[in-house]
Structures are given as C-alpha cells and as structure tokens.
Design a protein around this ligand. Structure first.
Ligand code: ADP
Ligand code: MG
Length: 296
C-alpha cells in the first residue's frame, strides 16, 4: 500500500507534459507579486482574444469579494464597443451608462446600478452608434476610488486604444487566456504592451481548462508569457446556465468547479486566506480526480 502511494507520488512529480508546476506559490498574494502599489484597488481584466471569459471573470470575482468578503466592489464595463457585462448581470436596457459618464453628462454615481447580489455595476451602452470617449476612463475611475475597496474593469480584447485606456486606469491587469495556441500568442502581445506601458501584470488566469492532452500545459503558458498563473478555471456547464439566469456562477451554483476556482482566486486577489469548509474541500478533491481521469 505504502509502495503504491509512493509510486503514485513519484509519477506526479516527474515533470511530465501535463504536470502543473506553477511559478506562483499559493501563499503569494497579488500585492506580493506586483509589489507596487501595495494593494491593487483597480484591476483591469484583459485578453488577447475575445470570448475567453473576461466578463464572466469580472462578474464572478466581483460577486465573491462583495458577497463573501463583504467589501465594497464596483464592476465597470470597460469594453465600450462590444459591451456585455450589464447583459450578463441582467441590466438589459440601462437608461444611463458609462458612455454618459465619459461624455461628462452625468456622474459615475448616477450610472451605478446595484445587482441583487449587492455588487455595484456601471454598464456600457449597447448601441452600436454611440462613440465612447474612453480616454476619460482614468479620470472617471479615479473619482470612484474613495468609495470602493475594489474596482474591476471588464476590458476589451486585443491591444487597441480601448484596451489601453482600461489598462491606464488600472493599478494592475489580469490576463485571461484559454489553453490554446492562438489565444496564448495574443496574450503574449498584451503582456508585452502592458510592460511597455509600465502597467503591472498581476498574473494570468487560464480559463475553460478541460485537462485534455491536446491543451497547452500550464507550465508552458507561464514560460511563454513570463507571468505567473494565478488561477485555473475549469470548463463548467454551470457557467452557461448561470448566464441564462443573469447571475454570476458563484451565486447560481456556489459549489460548481468554476465557482470554487473563482473563490480561491478572489482570496488571492484580496490577500485573504482561502477558507473552505469540509464539503467544499471534499468537492475540490473530487473535481481534481475527475479532471485527472479526463486527461486520457
Ligand atoms: P469575454 O468577455 O472574454 O468575451 P465571456 O465572459 O463573455 O468572454 O465568455 C464567453 C463565453 O464563454 C460565454 O458564453 C461564457 O458562458 C463561456 N464561458 C466562460 N467561462 C467558462 C467556463 N469556465 N466554462 C464554460 N463556459 C465558460
Ligand atoms: Mg466580454
């Protein structure tokens, strides 16, 4: 029995292709990683490609920090040309939006909506005809700093001026990727852009991980991106279901695999110790075993 266990451990630690070897040790917090500023109060969530989970991640981190940690959190739809944060949270036709704030016609407070989870939200306009003065984003966000513990900007994809405006307004960025070559290549571009702009990179979040053999391994992602992976969010059907319910998955299905990963990530962002109850840590173990099996 002991020999069997040792053999299993040996197999796990021999650095094979899909073995997860993270640069980031779990005890590290974002503030330890980026050093300056001591606490990233404004975080922009960006990606090289679209459709990889920026909005989902924004809504879920926001909900955990607001609901579970009872902090004041604001999420802003900084993806002003193809906005959808408001849609994901059920604000279908917001009468006033971030576009009005950037135009200077209303204050940010006037365009802030409260989701039933307690999360504060500034949606963007869905109209294709409206231009956004996104260069005003830093100014608008700076005025909100005194009111919130955490502000998350749901950024756009790519390295265009819209993304740069969100990055400029933030203390640090989180880069979302999926474990596929085109998206990782695009992530490298955004990381290089952030470095040129001297915007601190808090780390990478690898989303929609199925732990299949064809996926790019986590250690390779860290190697090409030269940035630590902070979280691995598994592929989870509950995410799409939660979308229909207009609720973040952490509220819709708090014990689903993605929800547990978002809770862990949120603790890391806030520099808080991650606490799981007996049931949740049992579930995490079950999901891990399931994932290992699905590698084959
Ligand atoms: P982005 O904001 O980067 O364009 P979204 O957050 O809108 O991406 O997500 C794109 C799609 O991917 C959505 O339909 C969402 O439900 C789905 N999705 C995101 N993360 C996951 C996940 N971990 N598991 C399953 N589906 C996911
Ligand atoms: Mg989006």
């Amino acid at each position: 029995m002991v020999r069997k266990r040792k053999a299993r451990r040996g197999k796990k630690g021999n650095g094979k292709k899909n073995n997860v070897r993270l640069i980031t040790k779990p005890k590290e917090t974002i503030s330890e990683i980026i050093k300056e500023p001591a606490f990233p109060q404004v975080i922009a969530i960006v990606s090289g490609k679209g459709g990889v989970g920026k909005t989902t991640t924004t809504a879920n981190i926001g909900s955990v920090v607001s609901n579970k940690f009872e902090k004041k959190v604001l999420v802003i739809d900084g993806n002003v040309t193809t906005s959808n944060l408001g849609l994901q949270l059920g604000f279908l036709y917001p009468p006033v939006t971030l576009h009005d704030v950037l135009d200077g016609t209303i204050t940010a407070k006037q365009s802030t909506y409260v989701h039933k989870s307690g999360l504060h939200v500034i949606p963007a306009s869905l109209s294709v005809e409206r231009d956004a003065r996104y260069n005003e984003m830093s100014r608008a966000i700076d005025m909100l700093r005194v009111k919130y513990d955490l502000i998350i900007i749901d950024g756009a994809a790519g390295v265009g001026s819209e993304v740069k405006a969100a990055m400029r307004a933030a203390d640090a960025i989180l880069v979302i990727t999926v474990p596929e070559i085109p998206t990782i290549t695009a992530s490298v571009k955004i990381i290089e852009t952030a470095k040129k702009m001297k915007v601190p990179i808090a780390g990478i979040i690898v989303n929609r991980v199925k732990r299949k053999k064809h996926e790019i391994s986590l250690s390779n992602i860290e190697r090409v991106c030269h940035s630590p992976i902070l979280a691995v969010i598994p592929e989870d059907n509950k995410v799409s279901e939660s979308m229909n319910a207009k609720e973040p998955v952490v509220i819709f299905s708090p014990n689903s695999p993605a929800s547990l990963a978002y809770q862990r990530l949120s603790s890391l962002i806030m520099g808080m110790k991650h606490r799981t109850g007996f049931f949740q840590s049992f579930l995490e173990k079950v999901y891990r075993i399931k994932h290992c099996k699905s590698k084959k």
